[in-house]
Design a protein. Sequence first.
Length: 97
Amino acid sequence: MKYLALAGLVFYALATTAMAADGLPSDVQAYVNRRTGCNYWPSETSKSKLRKAEIAHNVRALNCLTLDHEEATLRARYRGKPELLQAIADAHDAMPD
């Protein structure tokens, strides 16, 4: 199980590094990275109990249940910045590369 948690953290770290070049504010960057991971993990399906546990662990680790509230907060904070609103919108359905 430690390997599975480590894999999730590596995935998150790589996504964070990839997004840093976009010049987004740190709160928007964090949201985009988490949203991408949260879009990915629940899309995984498996009959394996171990894989289901890995998926559930990563959804909890990324705190996916709070993303809709966080998105609304960011949209309000950056309502006058269309480029940031677009980054938030693009992340809503984004999947990792």
